[in-house]
Ligand binder design. Structure first.
Ligand SMILES: Nc1nc2c(ncn2[C@@H]2O[C@H](COP(=O)(O)OP(=O)(O)OP(=O)(O)O)[C@@H](O)[C@H]2O)c(=O)[nH]1
Ligand SMILES: [Mg+2]
Length: 625
């Protein structure tokens, strides 16, 4: 199936043409028929000569209903541009074309209708010239009459050629269906309709709404119940939702879209704004003048000329937003409510000051610009000059993962996907992706930071991972671990060089101590000897922390493991035993033995029997093993 929206000035014959092509009535409201005017979006469909099915979204042409027009055109991939032969190019012809340009609609054809009322030649020429200047590709022109049926066969053939050129959307793409109608069907609850541009909706699927989720109870497309439908399609969904959805909201694949109220965008001025370099006030007046300026404000680099408050349109949504120029063509939009956005989405910006203007007039173009989303999770700009730096960084940014990573430096896979950017490389750690240049810079910085830390803290075995995380301003310790390369390793939460993690001089001193105690392992050195070895209280503490030494009491230091070894030897003695018996068994001194036995008591390796004697506890009784 294909979906084509209509566009064109009020009363130029859009609905009449849709009616003639489909045999269906796009103007369903009584008020529409009475006034001979389209107010709401109309829907009708037909089969083309090729057999392809084509649904029309028929939009209103009246300037007052521009927002509705945008809701209809937004999700449609192509347009049937209607100009009346007897009236020619008119203000809303221009405005609609500019809107299509801003939205990036590339495909369409020109139907010059009411050809029974006037020679279509001059209207065709003017319209075709104007369309050629816009972004629409190879637009065919057909003269028709909705009244006499003249040219309808040619129009059908041209529509067939148009839809054959349209790209085929990915049926596995994440779903974002902008709701353009909501109604209640007795017995089945809430039904929403919309144009599904890509992806697939299936009965039973759960989709996310701004608040909560909705379960699809039934899917209909062109009035037929189906289990599943893929875009492009007109779709009606019967939903079960805790909070009933509204027009202007989107139903999306959960987790596949960023719900954001801020976006950094690149402005593309369109229509007159792109070509008329007039001087204009920086802000537009709140009240609407009776006569419109000939041209819209001149939108210049730096965002000058853009009103500070605009309405952003995407899909069926129209959201007020504050505009903050960052520099160049880059501005930050703050949206009044969060929208599900991907990087690369195009928002249409228009001036709400003019959106309520009613009645005739020469009609100005109120569409100011297209805005391509470059970042849907823009960082806060706190520092002075941050805005300008941000604009410079985004000036040449694309809409891919690489561009996002260049400015964010680090992003989680889920965030990248939710912004519509599949990462091209693999994560650097866990689900973190990094900008390659930034990551190699970190690889250089980490060893330097570790060396500096070691110099500043000679007694610590190494830089704590958390300190490195902090110093490198990383959001996750796993990233630090991923940056550590030999000869550095991570041990006990620290970045150490080599396995021991003890400063080299201290490690050497401990080795000398062990060597000296080889013959009499329980005869701890006197304080003076410790000092000679270079083992002052701080060095001892460091060696104890890394598990090299056992500190039995102040100034009584043994190699680590001496306590367990002692308990093994004492267990061979007749139980219970005295301090002297223990001292002889371990070939030690009273200076060492008393605190060592107290340490063994505390460790649960030995226990006191009375004032003078102890016994060993069995391993199962002891607290350390
Ligand atoms: N003679 C003649 N009249 C036409 C033709 N097409 C439309 N009309 C008349 O023009 C008037 C407007 O037609 P619509 O089809 O309602 O125009 P529209 O573009 O849908 O108008 P909006 O939806 O309000 O923008 C109606 O009175 C139609 O009968 C045509 O090809 N020939
Ligand atoms: Mg109409």
């Amino acid at each position: 199936m294909h979906v084509v929206a209509t566009a064109g000035h009020v009363d130029h014959g859009k609905s009449t043409l849709v009616r003639a092509l489909t045999g269906m009535e796009p103007d369903r409201l009584e008020e529409e028929r009475r006034r001979g005017l389209t107010i709401e979006l109309g829907y009708a469909w037909t089969s083309l000569p090729s057999g392809e099915r084509l649904a029309f979204v028929d939009v209103p042409g009246h300037e007052r209903f521009l927002a509705t027009m945008l809701a209809g055109v937004g999700p449609a991939p192509a347009v049937m541009f209607v100009v009346a032969a007897d009236e020619g190019w008119m203000p809303q012809s221009e405005e609609h074309l500019v809107a299509l340009e801003a939205l990036g609609v590339r495909h369409g054809l020109l139907a010059v209708t009411r050809a029974d009322l006037a020679d279509p030649a001059s209207a065709t020429e003017r319209a075709a010239a104007r369309l050629a200047e816009s972004g629409l590709d190879s637009v065919e022109r057909v003269a028709v009459s909705g009244r006499t049926g003249q040219g309808l066969a040619e129009l059908r053939a041209a529509l067939d050629r148009l839809v054959a050129r349209l790209p085929t959307p990915d049926p596995r793409a994440p779903v974002r269906m902008w709701i353009d109608r909501v109604f209640t069907v007795r017995g089945s609850g809430t039904v929403v309709t919309g144009t599904l541009p890509a992806g697939t909706v299936t009965t039973g699927d759960e989709l996310a709404l701004p608040v909560g989720t909705a379960r699809i109870r039934a899917v209909e497309s062109l009035k037929e119940t189906v289990r599943s439908v893929s875009g492009v399609a007109r779709v009606a969904l019967n939903l079960r939702a805790a909070v009933p959805p509204e027009r202007g909201q989107a139903l999306v694949t959960p987790g596949a879209w960023v719900w954001t109220d801020a976006a950094d965008v690149r402005i593309t001025p369109v229509g007159a704004a792109a070509t008329v370099p007039d001087t204009v006030p920086d802000t537009m007046p709140d009240t609407v003048p009776d006569t419109m300026p000939d041209a819209v404000p001149d939108v210049m680099p730096g965002g000058r000329g853009l009103p500070s408050r605009l309405t952003a349109h995407i899909g069926s949504a129209a959201v007020v937003c504050d505009v903050r120029p960052l520099g160049g063509w880059i501005v930050r939009l703050r949206l009044a409510r969060p929208l599900p956005l991907h990087v690369g989405d195009v928002l249409l910006l228009r001036d709400p000051g003019h959106s309520v203007r009613i009645g005739a007039g020469n009609g100005g173009v109120r569409v100011l610009a297209g805005a391509t989303v470059l970042d849907a999770r823009p960082p806060a700009l706190r520092r002075r000059g941050a805005a300008g730096e941000r604009a410079a960084a985004l000036a040449a940014a694309g809409t891919d993962a690489g561009s996002l990573l260049r400015t964010h430096r680090l992003l989680r896979e889920g965030d990248l996907r939710a912004m519509g950017c599949a990462p091209d490389g693999s994560p650097v750690s866990g689900d973190w992706h990094a900008d390659p240049a930034y990551w190699s810079r970190l690889r250089e910085l980490l060893p330097r930071a570790a060396r500096r830390y070691a110099a500043d803290h000679p007694l610590e075995p190494g830089m704590p991972v958390e300190a490195a995380r902090h110093e490198l301003a990383l959001p996750d310790r796993r990233l630090v671990a991923a940056l550590v390369e030999p000869p550095l390793t991570v041990a006990d939460g620290r970045i150490v060089s080599g396995p021991a993690g003890l400063p080299a001089p201290v490690a050497a001193a401990v080795e000398r101590l062990r060597a000296e105690l080889a013959a009499r392992p329980f005869l701890a050195p006197e304080a003076g000897r410790l000092a000679e070895l270079g083992l002052g209280p701080r060095e001892v503490a460091a060696a104890v922390r890394t598990g090299m030494l056992l500190r039995v009491a102040d100034g009584v230091v043994l190699p680590a493991g001496a306590d367990v070894h002692a308990a093994e030897l004492l267990a061979r003695l007749p139980q219970p035993f005295t301090v002297s018996e223990a001292r002889r068994a371990l070939d030690s001194s009273r200076r060492v033995m008393v605190p060592l036995l107290e340490h063994l008591d505390r460790s649960g390796l030995t226990e006191r029997v009375d004032e003078l004697r102890r016994r060993c506890r069995t391993p199962s009784q002891s607290r350390i093993e």
